[in-house]
Design a protein around this ligand. Structure first.
Ligand code: EPU
Length: 430
């Protein structure tokens, strides 16, 4: 088990290079299953979710060549089976993309359900199932696996209206539909930058997808896809997390390798709070010298303020003058980290989907825990801004989605180190 030790209260100065987008990578890697050609994927983030997905493809029979730190070549030519490894798949939520990709390639898929509740629970996939069913697949859950099979061996294009705007369902059904017979129209589609990125990747391999980035996506099925070379877009949320870190801890940092348009929703909120953000072609200069102003934030599907930045912006608001309201508009809650912030001296009360954040003068370092990926990012931001030392446990969640976060923060002057403790020692301590 690794933990991070952070001595806070030091402003951040320097430059940080943003990696490829996690939520694009976790769809694009499974999408390589759709072709017998070789896919060379660039700007792949080095994070544990990517490592797991590559292992799953390898288990299926794909040949993976790592060309350099951020480039992989995936060749799924020899894959014969649509049955995935149970243990690996249930470790990662994004393994649901294997269903769409395998259905598109083989007309059938067998994928282990990830941990947690799948149907009607906290993170349902009923809209994915609705889409696959509309395309002519029978979908069942048996023995911990979700099984989908196209009647007649090939999916058929259909009109699909999603009842909720879902990133996962939009991408999953898009993957299944690219090789379906005829035309598929997805209405009420999600519009996140990674939806467009996946569509661009698939089109670069010969798919015919139009309208990605709007709420209606039209897919003309093709009989086969080829290989190709594709570079994943920069990670909007990683960039936003470093922007929030500068806002909370103070200082001036150049955020490099970003697409400023994708950052608009985050940039606008930080500016309202008194943070200076200068936009350039593919960089943002973020500076915070004075005090922070209160603001209200509501998370919404893109182009709204992203839910994956909710814990980070709430952390910044703990240090703003006045009372701010943060409303979660995508997930139920997502406020488990609030108790940790309050233990550091923050003053936050959660009522249903809204957090009422009363700004305080400063936070103080404490032993804190990362409960999930973005909650973990919020803990890091809080610890960077806090007076004194914090010890963050549960950092394996953070490493699922943030490449080299310790090194990147050290390079901009943070006093952070990762300490490895063998599990046995932790067990003995209790
Ligand atoms: N929903 C349904 N039925 C479905 C699917 C979703 O009711 O079949 C609901 C969800 O319960 C939620 C809303 O629709 O209330 C949006 O869920 P969505 O499907 O968009 O989320 P997701 O695809 O499961 C991805 C990201 C999440 C991110 C959300 C929203 C991946 C692997 N995950 O999840 O990222 O929060 O979109 O943008 O891409 C993260 O990176 O930390 C993370 C959790």
């Amino acid at each position: 088990m690794t933990k991070y030790i952070i001595e806070g209260g030091r402003p951040l100065f320097g430059e940080v290079e943003i990696s490829g987008a996690k939520n694009a990578a976790v769809a694009i890697i499974p999408a390589a299953l759709l072709t017998r050609g070789v896919c060379r994927i660039e700007n792949v983030p080095q994070i544990s979710d990517v490592t797991l997905l590559l292992q799953i493809l390898e288990q299926l029979g794909a040949s993976i060549r790592v060309l350099n730190r951020h480039t992989v070549e995936i060749d799924c030519t020899r894959i014969r089976s649509a049955r995935t490894n149970y243990d690996l798949c249930q470790k990662i939520r994004a393994s649901y993309y294997l269903i769409g990709a395998l259905l598109g390639r083989f007309g059938e898929a067998e994928v282990a359900m990830p941990g947690g509740c799948w149907f009607g629970g906290v993170r349902p996939i009923d809209q994915h199932v609705k889409g696959f069913t509309a395309l002519g697949a029978g979908v069942t859950v048996e023995g911990g696996f979700i099984r989908a099979r196209a009647s007649g061996g090939r999916l058929k294009g259909a009109n699909i209206y999603f009842d909720v705007v879902s990133v996962g369902a939009t991408m999953n059904v898009m993957m299944a539909a690219v090789t379906a017979e005829g035309v598929t129209v997805i209405e009420n589609a999600a519009k996140e930058p990674h939806i467009v990125d996946l569509a661009n990747f698939l089109n670069s391999m010969g798919a015919n997808i139009r309208g990605a980035g709007t709420d209606t996506i039209k897919i003309q099925g093709v009989s086969r896809l080829t290989g190709g070379t594709y570079a994943i877009i920069p990670d909007q949320i990683e960039a936003g997390t470093y922007m929030a870190a500068v806002a909370a801890a103070g200082g001036q940092v150049l955020i490099k390798n970003i697409i400023p348009k994708h950052m608009d929703c985050i940039t606008a909120k930080l500016r309202e709070m008194g943070v200076e953000v200068d936009e350039h072609e593919d960089t943002l200069l973020v500076r915070r010298t004075g005090s922070l102003r209160k603001t209200n934030v509501k998370t919404l599907p893109y182009p709204g303020f992203p839910t994956d930045m909710q814990p980070q912006i709430t952390t910044v608001l703990t240090l703003a003058k006045g009372t701010s309201l943060v409303t979660e508009g995508v997930w139920n809650g997502r406020y488990r980290y609030v108790d940790e912030l309050n233990r550091m001296g923050a003053s936050i009360q959660v009522e249903d989907k809204t957090a009422v954040v009363e700004g305080v003068e400063h936070l103080t370092g404490a032993p804190i825990k990362a409960y999930d990926l973005r909650a973990g990012a919020a803990m890091v931001i809080a610890a960077l801004a806090a007076w004194g030392e914090s010890e963050i446990t549960g950092v394996q969640y953070i490493e699922r989605g943030y490449e080299a976060i310790v090194d990147k923060l050290r390079r901009i002057g943070a006093d952070i180190r990762a300490v490895y403790e063998p599990d046995a020692v932790i067990e003995r301590i209790g």
